[in-house]
Design a binder for this molecule. Structure first.
Ligand code: ADP
Ligand code: TPW
Length: 579
């Protein structure tokens, strides 16, 4: 606030944006400074917001997105115009795809010049470009509209199906002044930004009737269920009904993976066998083989397996996206599950008949067999380490530190970690999500540490790590308790490919052999460890968790271990063999 010559107290765009954010409980901004938002970042810090500055906007954007997922408040990413904006856009679109609430705020060039394409500094029609790539996009031209602009952005990000919102703030807006009192009055504290959506009673009855008639019921928990923070009711519903459940990747730990009813270890058995499947905040997209085909017991690739589906989702358009949904339950997970809980206790007296024992016994048999097989594999101690012997260590460390957040990306490094490392608490596993996007690693790690204060363990393929690796400087700068473990197998998927043309260039998937990623962390004052055995890996991780010092463990993995594309090799197009 400043006082002009006439002593009228005025405020400006800078302060109004900051005040509007603070008024709505936003306490952190992730971003990267430059024209025209450098002063904004400075002033935001001066006014008490935490400003976490990154080395690349994509990582700041990923940080904002996962902060949104963890807190149910929109994560804020701040970038400069054109190139900075574009760098943030991948994260904004990924957030939208994954239903994470975030707001990308980018400074922009002068509208008059942009619209006439007269060649302004970093000229770009950002609003038009962002629009098709996010849930909503807004621009504020006048200081008196800042309150409305921020309010609309917040509502759009967190209400209904959460997603990414773009907010365009032209350079000129920040310096605009207005009467301070009027400015204050123009700000909006958003009331009930993510209103509950209560499911209709008929829809609840339809779902309960279907479940009641099931002989082989199954519940699938998705990251929408984890996001909803309805943990106690979800657990209660699962335990009261006795229905086996399968957690999707980021729903692992919503109930402990070691729970008796968890059927992760029998996934390929339960999907084709189940007769009624209840999806809770999980889409029937590629990650669930679109609800049909051989995975679900269909005879052909696109054949329906015969299951009936119940789907709890906040988006009314999600049902029937891939196969028929017999009982759509539209509402927020919390309201839907509590309505189901009420319905099962009234409709069946206080005792709900548990699923038939044959179903539970068949699952238990399959599960025990697979768990025993996995235990055998994990107990081996090959040299060099493979994914299993290394992950056997990570599995123990996570068990001993259930409050730690696990960030995970790569191909084999992703798939093996997901299946081997049990999670014990909700929202502790953060990964490549719906797109299978590489590059979320360090952005997610920074945000997870910042918003939770808990230690972070990032299990990274060496290729995956490279996408955001420079942020180890950010981790050191803010002294965050992040332990990065790079599974170094010398390349994308592995390091054994050879150049088929026999030239001096290595194959497209191969990296420098024997690279020392640990030195990167040391360059910025963190702890670097080179680990070639499970014992070295265990010591390094234990030390990192004890000390909470930024640590990078370069874990040397057999370059022949794993497969191309990990578990999704089948998605690679096959070329026609040359005659
Ligand atoms: P996963 O990858 O874990 O299977 P998806 O991202 O495919 O999960 O699905 C998440 C679903 O959850 C989306 O369809 C989204 O609309 C839904 N969702 C997100 N938040 C909520 C909520 N609070 N209540 C109900 N559904 C939600
Ligand atoms: C933004 C394609 C999928 S997985 C992967 C790439 C490049 C890296 C696999 O190697 P890594 O893991 O990390 O060393 P591992 O354990 O198998 O050795 N660009 C983007 N996203 C994706 N998904 C890709 C490329 C890809």
């Amino acid at each position: 606030m400043t006082t002009d010559a006439q002593s009228a107290v005025v405020t400006d765009g800078f302060h109004l944006v900051i005040e509007a954010l603070k008024l709505n409980g936003i306490d952190t901004i992730f971003g990267l400074p430059g024209i025209p938002i450098t002063d904004f970042a400075r002033k935001a810090q001066a006014e008490g917001l935490r400003v976490i500055s990154f080395r690349h906007e994509q990582n700041a954007g990923n940080a904002a997105a996962i902060a949104g997922y963890l807190t149910q408040k929109p994560g804020i990413c701040l970038t400069v115009s054109a190139p900075g904006f574009l760098n943030g856009l991948t994260a904004l679109t990924n957030a939208t795809t994954n239903c994470f609430p975030m707001i990308l705020i980018s400074g922009s060039s002068e509208r008059e010049i942009v619209d006439l394409q007269q060649g302004d500094y970093e000229e770009m029609d950002q609003l038009a470009i962002a629009k098709p790539l996010c849930k909503a996009a807004f621009r504020v031209l006048h200081a008196e509209d800042i309150g409305v602009g921020i309010a609309r952005a917040i509502r759009a990000a967190v209400s209904g199906r959460p997603g990414g919102v773009y907010l365009d703030l032209p350079a000129k807006l920040f310096a605009q002044t207005m009467d301070a009192e009027a400015g204050k009055r123009s700000l909006i504290r958003v009331v009930d930004p993510a209103p509950k959506q209560i499911p209709g009673s008929e829809a609840v009855k339809r779902a309960v009737d279907l479940l009641k008639g099931a002989k082989k019921p199954l519940i699938v928990l998705g990251k929408g269920a984890a996001y909803a923070q309805a943990d106690a009711d979800i657990r209660s519903f699962i335990e009261k009904t006795g229905i086996p459940y399968l957690p999707m990747s980021m729903a692992k730990g919503l109930l402990p993976d070691t729970h008796e009813q968890c059927v992760s270890a029998a996934r390929s058995f339960v999907l084709p066998e189940a007769d009624v499947v209840m999806l809770v905040g999980a889409r029937l997209n590629w990650l669930l083989s679109h609800g049909k085909g051989k995975t679900w017991g269909g005879r052909t690739h696109k054949d329906w397996g015969g299951q009936k589906f119940i789907q709890i989702d906040i988006s009314p358009q999600e049902a029937d996206s891939n196969v028929r949904i017999d009982a759509p339950l539209v509402g927020d997970v919390g309201s839907c599950v509590s309505a189901l809980l009420a319905a099962i206790s009234t409709s069946a007296g206080s005792t709900w008949a548990k699923p038939p024992t044959e179903w539970l016994a068949a699952i238990a048999e399959r599960k025990n067999k697979n768990v025993a097989k996995m235990a055998e594999t994990l107990a081996k101690n090959p040299m060099p380490m493979n994914f299993h012997s290394a992950l056997n260590v990570v599995r123990d460390i996570v068990k001993a530190n259930p409050e730690a957040i696990l960030v995970n990306e790569g191909a084999n490094a992703l798939d093996f970690t997901r299946s081997i490392v049990d999670m014990y608490r909700p929202r502790k596993r953060l990964d490549v999500g719906t797109w299978g996007i590489m590059g979320i690693g360090m952005g997610f790690s920074v945000a997870a540490a910042v918003v939770s204060g808990q230690p972070v363990i990032a299990i990274e393929g060496d290729s995956a790590f490279g996408f955001s690796g420079m942020e180890v400087e950010t981790i050191c700068r803010y002294n965050l308790p992040v332990c990065v473990v790079v599974f170094n197998n010398n390349g994308v998927y592995g390091g054994t490919d050879v150049n088929p043309a026999g030239g001096t260039d290595v194959a497209p998937t191969v990296f420098v052999k024997g690279a020392r990623y640990d030195k990167l962390m040391e360059a910025f004052g963190g702890v670097g460890v080179h680990a070639t055995t499970p014992v070295e890996l265990r010591n390094a991780m234990e030390q990192a968790l004890r000390s909470r010092k930024p640590t990078l463990v370069n874990a040397v993995i057999d370059e022949t271990a794993g497969t191309e594309s990990g578990r999704i090799t089948s998605l690679n197009p096959q070329s026609v063999k040359k005659k």
